[in-house]
Design a protein around this ligand. Structure first.
Ligand code: ZN
Length: 344
C-alpha cells in the first residue's frame, strides 16, 4: 500500500476485511524485514539458544562429550536455519559462538580455543560448526544462485534491480541499495579478498557442486580448511570409543588436561601431588604412564590384550599408535579403545 493516501488505504482494508500490519513480522520463526537486520531482531534466535542451554544445565550433570553432542545436534539446527536465510550481524554470530563455548566448558575457562574446537576431526579437533564461517558459506550459496541466474523470483528481481547485465562479483553498491544487498556485496568483496581473486572463489564453489547443486557443508569445509593435520586423529576419534573417553584423550593429546600442574599454574590450587602414587608431581607426562600406579594398570591392560606395547612415555605411545595402529580391523580398533579407556 505504499504511495497511497490514508483514506484509500482504509477503504482497501475495510473492503478486504484485513488490518494493516507493520514489518518486521515473524514468518516460520524468522523475522521478515525490509531494512537493516539489527541485533535486536535476532534476539529470538539468541534467547532460543540460551534457553536450550539453561534447560540442559538444570536437568543433569553432563560430560564434555554430552555437551558437545547437544551443541552439534540441536544448536546447529537452530542457527543454521537462521544463517541459511540471512547474513547475520557479526555481533550476533560472535554471541552464538560464545554461548556454545560457555556451555561446552561449563562456564569455566575454555581448555582449548573456540577456533580449534571448530577445526575438523582430521585436524585433530571437534568439528563444531562455527556460526561465523557457516554464515560465509551460506552467503556464497546466495551469490552463486544469483551468478547462475537461477529461475527464482528473487534472483530475477535482483538482476532487474541491481545488476542489469553487471556481474555479481564485480558490481558496486549504490547508496540507495537495500541493506541486505549491501551485506551480500560486502561479504563477496571480503571473500574475494580472503581467497586472493574472483577466480579462486568461483573455483572453490565449482569444487563444492554436486549434480549442479552447491553443497554448503562442502563450502564450509573449504573455508575452514587448515593444512595442519595431526597424526593422532584416528587414535583419538575411533568410532569404537565411548565419546567421553575420546574427549579426555583429545584433551591429553592437546596437553590441556586439567592436571594439578595446570591447576597450580592457574592459581586454583597450590599443592601438587599425584593422587595415584602420592610421591610425584601430577603432570600429563607423569600420569601417562610414568606413574608407578598407572603404569601397572596400563601394563595389565596390555597383557590382557596380548599386546607388546609396555609402559613408556606419552610421546612414544601416541607415536606408536599413530604410525603403527592405523588399520580399521577389529583388533586394532580394540587396541585404540584400550588406550582411550586407560587414559579416561
Ligand atoms: Zn603418580
Amino acid at each position: 500500500m505504499s504511495g497511497i493516501d490514508d483514506s484509500l488505504k482504509q477503504q482497501i482494508c475495510s473492503y478486504l476485511n484485513f488490518s494493516e500490519g507493520i514489518l518486521p513480522v515473524r514468518y516460520l520463526g524468522v523475522p521478515l524485514i525490509s531494512k537493516r537486520l539489527s541485533c535486536l531482531d535476532c534476539s529470538a534466535l539468541l534467547s532460543r539458544i540460551s534457553e536450550k542451554f539453561q534447560n540442559w544445565q538444570k536437568r543433569k550433570v553432563l560430560s564434555y562429550a554430552g555437551r558437545l553432542q547437544l551443541i552439534k545436534s540441536v544448536i546447529l539446527g537452530i542457527h543454521i536455519f537462521w544463517t541459511n536465510n540471512y547474513i547475520l550481524p557479526s555481533k550476533v554470530l560472535r554471541k552464538i559462538d560464545s554461548l556454545c563455548s560457555e556451555f561446552l566448558w561449563n562456564r569455566k575457562i575454555p581448555l582449548v580455543s573456540w577456533n580449534s574446537v571448530c577445526q575438523n576431526k582430521k585436524q585433530g579437533d571437534l568439528g563444531v560448526f562455527s556460526a561465523r564461517i557457516w554464515n560465509q558459506a551460506t552467503a556464497i550459496k546466495i551469490m552463486w544462485l544469483i551468478h547462475l541466474k537461477k529461475d527464482h523470483l528473487w534472483v530475477k528481481w535482483i538482476h532487474g534491480n541491481y545488476l542489469s547485465h553487471a556481474n555479481v562479483w564485480q558490481v558496486q553498491v549504490k547508496i540507495n541499495d537495500s541493506w541486505m544487498w549491501k551485506q551480500i556485496i560486502k561479504m563477496s568483496d571480503m571473500l574475494i579478498g580472503m581467497l586472493g581473486s574472483t577466480e579462486n572463489l568461483t573455483n572453490l564453489i565449482d569444487s563444492c557442486c554436486v549434480n549442479g547443486k552447491i553443497v554448503v557443508s562442502a563450502v564450509y569445509e573449504k573455508l575452514n580448511h587448515s593444512s595442519q593435520q595431526v597424526a593422532w586423529s584416528a587414535t583419538v576419534w575411533d568410532s569404537l570409543h565411548y565419546p567421553k573417553h575420546s574427549f579426555i584423550l583429545w584433551l591429553v593429546a592437546h596437553s590441556r588436561l586439567l592436571t594439578q600442574e595446570r591447576l597450580c599454574r592457574m592459581n586454583i590450587i597450590n599443592t601438587n601431588r599425584c593422587v595415584l602414587c602420592s610421591n610425584q608431581l601430577e603432570t600429563c607426562q607423569h600420569l601417562f604412564f610414568d606413574c608407578q600406579y598407572s603404569a601397572s594398570v596400563w601394563n595389565k591392560v596390555m597383557d590382557w590384550l596380548k599386546f607388546n606395547c609396555r609402559s613408556c612415555d606419552w610421546e612414544h605411545i601416541i607415536d606408536w599408535y599413530s604410525c603403527r595402529l592405523r588399520r580399521n580391523n577389529f583388533t586394532e580398533k580394540l587396541k585404540r579403545m584400550a588406550l582411550s579407556v586407560s587414559v579416561y
